[in-house]
Write a protein that binds this ligand. Sequence first.
Ligand SMILES: Cc1cc2nc3c(=O)[nH]c(=O)nc-3n(C[C@H](O)[C@H](O)[C@H](O)COP(=O)(O)O)c2cc1C
Length: 335
Amino acid sequence: MSQQSSNHEPNSLKPLQFGGLSIWPPIIQAPMAGYTGSVFREIQRENGCAYCYTEMVSAKGLIFGGDDSEEILFHTPGDRPLAVQLFGEDPEFVAKAARKVLDPSYGGFEAIDLNMGCPARKVTSPGSGGGLLKDLPRAIDMVRAVKEASGVPVTVKTRLGWDRSQDPCEIASALAEAGADMLVIHGRTVSQGFSGSADWDSIYRVAECVSIPVVGNGDITSAEEAVSKANSGRLAGVMVGRAILGNPFFFAQCLDLLRGQEKREYSTAEKMAVAIDHFRRAIERRGPRRGLLEMRKQLAFYLRGVKGASKLRDRINHESNPEGVIRILEEAAQS
Ligand SMILES: Cc1cc2nc3c(=O)[nH]c(=O)nc-3n(C[C@H](O)[C@H](O)[C@H](O)COP(=O)(O)O)c2cc1C
C-alpha cells in the first residue's frame, strides 16, 4: 500500500518514505500525551501537517481496559495517515495490543510506533518507554513481536540511550536489524529528561549508522529551523513537538518556506480564531466539562505572546462556562 499525502508537490525535499508510506513534507507532529488528541491533530492537518501520532497508549490499558486508551485511540476518517503509539514492557503483550488496535473497529492506523523514549519514572521503572533502552534484547524482541503481529510498518521513537554510556548507533542498528521500518531519535538521553539541549550531531551520526530512515527530534523552535534541518540531507525528516503547541500555523509556515515563499506571519486575531474553533470542537467532542478542563492547558499555549496573557489565562482557569471562555478569547483577539 502506498499512501501519498495530498499536499505533495515538486520540491527538492524528498518525502519521508517507509513501509510503503510516503509523507510530504517530511516534517511531522510529535506525540504529546495530554495534548495531541484528535481535535488537535485535525487543526494541525488543516494547516499542513502530513503525518500525525496519537498520544502514547498503554498496552496494558488497552488489553485490560479501565483507563483512557479508547479515548486516545479515537480518530476521525480524515485524520490519516496516523501512527498509533504503544508503550509497555512485555514484547508479547505489546504485540497483543498491536493486534487489538489494528482491529477495524478502531478505525485503522497506518503504522504502529513503539515508545522507547519516555523518561517518566512510572513508565521506565516497570521497564517500558525509555526503560527499554536498559534492556536492549527486550527492545529487540518487542520490535520483532510487533512486526510479526501487525502487518503495518513498525516504527520506534527513542532517544540517544539510557545515558551517555550507551552507544546510540548500537541501539539504532539493533532496532533496525530487528525490523523497525523507521526511527525517530530525540537528541537527549532518557536520564536527561528534558534538561540540557538536543544533540543534533549525535542524531546525524545515528542516521549514518543505519540504512532505515531516521527522523530527528528535539528543540526545534521555528519553521526555518525545521526546514533547514529537514533539508540538511542528513535525515529522512524531522519531528516537532512543543513548538506546535498553541501554534496552529507552524506547518503552514514550513510549507511557505518549502515553496520558496516568505513565511506568512499571523495576527493574534487569526490565532484566536483557531483557538476558538479548537475549543468549540473539543467541547463538542469531549463534552463541556472534559472539553473545558482539557482545553485550559492548550489555551495557555495559544495565549503565549498575547498581550496580558497571564491575566487571560487566569480568567480562563476560573471560568466554568464554555461561552465565557469564548468571550475571553474574543477579547484576546482584540489585543
Ligand atoms: C507534554 C508532552 C507530552 C509528551 N508525550 C509523549 C508521548 O506520548 N510519546 C512520546 O513518544 N513522546 C512524548 N513527548 C516527547 C515529544 O514527542 C518530543 O520527543 C519532545 O518533546 C522533544 O521534541 P520538541 O523539543 O520538539 O518538543 C512528550 C513531550 C511533551 C512536552
